[in-house]
Design a protein around this ligand. Structure first.
Ligand SMILES: NC(=O)c1ccc[n+]([C@@H]2O[C@H](COP(=O)([O-])OP(=O)(O)OC[C@H]3O[C@@H](n4cnc5c(N)ncnc54)[C@H](OP(=O)(O)O)[C@@H]3O)[C@@H](O)[C@H]2O)c1
Length: 300
């Protein structure tokens, strides 16, 4: 089967399709014939070599954290899912390899009928991340949440999860994405210098999906403990928690929450662009701009 991988750090052109043996579902796992899979911003950063001192990897590095597809193997001990079912899910933090013809998933939920395959393919990582950070901040109805970097593949889902919890959400994005943020249920503002002056008082929690703004975000929240970043490796200097799969237990219950919200018409996974698997380098080029609106996905 085909898989996406890179064997050295470098520009988008180092990421390529390779032929490899098919993986198989082990105990507690399922395998899907992939219909769409997500391009992870974190893997774009890993590929570039920028994170080499922070995130050591072994080559070849097979990419892809989340995927959607049709179940074609069910591992021992798995219940509630059968061959032929449509699901979305994740390959696990260390295994990855979801940008492929077949992917082994360690966490999954039924694919909502309302979602296209492209939406479902990019959903799991964002749903897990949104749940993990909003749980950590105990975001609940009546609170006000600021999402920095709200128009990206992860931020757009964090916004909708926070709205679904009954929070009032303020999101940052470039001006041309403000209508998009309103459509997700957030009040938009621009990011960059002077942010504290553009955000009303009374923000209870801040989710940082962009990085580079922690002093302002701490000032807005009034307490570094009320800020969680998923994107800023300087977090510790500011007393802020950097949440990742390496620091926190992954919140897989978020997949079922996402499916339920989607079935109620309350969660979209905005798709910035879908590329054929063998055009993965172009997908990485788009991701590297850091201005994609929503998720970038790969399709067979
Ligand atoms: N730790 C974790 O568990 C975890 C999980 C998922 C993602 N992440 C990380 O979180 C970050 C976001 O992921 P993503 O999937 O949302 O990436 P993404 O889709 O590439 O994000 C693109 C978005 O970032 C916005 N943006 C660019 N520069 C910004 C800035 N200076 N301030 C605020 N927003 C800015 C852009 O908005 P405009 O186009 O409107 O300017 C665009 O909508 C990445 O660094 C990724 O590696 C971490």
């Amino acid at each position: 089967m085909r898989t996406v991988q890179f064997t050295a750090y470098g520009p988008p052109s180092v990421v390529h399709v390779a032929e490899v043996p098919e993986p198989h579902a082990g105990p507690g796992e399922i395998r899907v014939a992939v219909r769409a899979s997500g391009v992870a911003a974190g893997e774009i950063a890993i590929r570039s070599g920028r994170l080499r001192d922070l995130v050591p990897v072994a080559f070849p590095f097979r990419t892809g954290f989340d995927a959607a597809g049709v179940v074609d193997e069910v591992g021992d001990g798995v219940t509630g899912v059968r061959a032929g079912d449509a699901v979305f899910g994740a390959a696990g933090f260390t295994r990855r390899g979801a940008n492929a013809d077949h992917a082994v998933l360690t966490a999954w939920a039924a694919k909502p009928a309302a979602w296209s395959w492209e939406e479902a393919g990019g959903a799991a990582g964002a749903a897990e991340t949104a749940t993990r950070v909003l749980d950590r901040l105990a975001v609940a109805a009546g609170q006000t949440v600021l999402v920095n970097g709200a128009a990206g593949g992860t931020g757009a889902v964090v916004v909708q999860f926070a709205v679904a919890r009954g929070a009032t959400v303020i999101g940052t994005a470039s001006g041309h994405n403000h209508g998009f943020l309103r459509s997700l249920g957030a009040t938009p503002t621009t990011y960059g210098p002077g942010l504290p002056g553009r955000v009303p008082a009374g923000v209870d929690a801040v989710v940082d999906c962009a990085g580079g703004a922690l002093p302002d975000l701490v000032a807005i929240a009034g307490d570094p403990a009320r800020v969680v970043t998923i994107a800023d490796f300087a977090a510790r200097e500011h007393g802020v928690h950097l949440s990742s799969g390496a620091t926190d237990p992954l919140a897989w219950h978020g997949l079922a929450v996402a499916a339920a919200l989607a079935d109620e018409g309350r969660l979209r996974v905005p798709v910035a662009a879908a590329f054929p698997l063998d055009e993965v380098a172009a997908a990485h080029e788009l991701g590297e701009t850091r201005h994609a609106r929503g998720k970038i996905v790969l399709v067979p």
